[in-house]
Ligand binder design. Structure first.
Ligand code: HEC
Length: 122
């Protein structure tokens, strides 16, 4: 009886520990659990820019005169350094992008890896 209880207690404890760990990695890396260092335009960067940036950075009235709706324009911003500069600024910096709050560390890392690989349309 006592042994059964301790097994249940142990399982419950392990469950909550892994629960915490999961919450943590989700906070650090965003949803999706793991953060691997590979990143491609089609799988990672394009969907991220589309979701986080294009709402303001598109068309004739694009914020800052910067349209991020095509690969060519995102590549240009990546290679001239302005994209990384803006997404790596601290919270509260008026130049930080997106203005609503910093991207997850994983997403910043993915953009950095993609930029270092030449910001290709891969
Ligand atoms: C809520 C609207 C909004 C969103 C979302 C947004 N931006 Fe901006 N962005 C602006 C505004 C407004 C400016 C112009 C003012 C300034 O330079 O900070 C700007 C300027 C910039 C500039 C500088 C442009 C230049 O040539 O000087 C870059 C680079 C940039 N944003 C990148 C991004 C990226 C990358 C994202 C997504 C991660 C993003 N922005 C999301 C509003 C937004």
């Amino acid at each position: 009886m006592l042994r059964t209880f301790s097994v249940i207690f142990l399982l419950a404890t392990l469950g909550s520990v892994s629960g915490c760990y999961y919450d943590n990695s989700e906070q650090l890396y965003g949803t999706g659990g793991t953060c691997d260092s590979t990143s491609t335009w089609s799988a990672d960067i394009q969907p991220l820019i589309q979701a986080q940036c294009v709402g303001c950075h598109q068309g004739a009235s694009a914020s800052g005169g910067l349209d991020l709706s095509s690969h060519a324009s995102v590549q240009n911003s990546a290679l001239n350094g302005s994209l990384l500069d803006r997404i790596q600024r601290g919270a509260g910096d008026p130049l930080a992008m997106p203005p609503s709050g910093r991207l997850s560390n994983c997403n910043v890392a993915k953009i950095r890896v993609w930029e270092r690989g030449g910001a290709l349309p891969n």
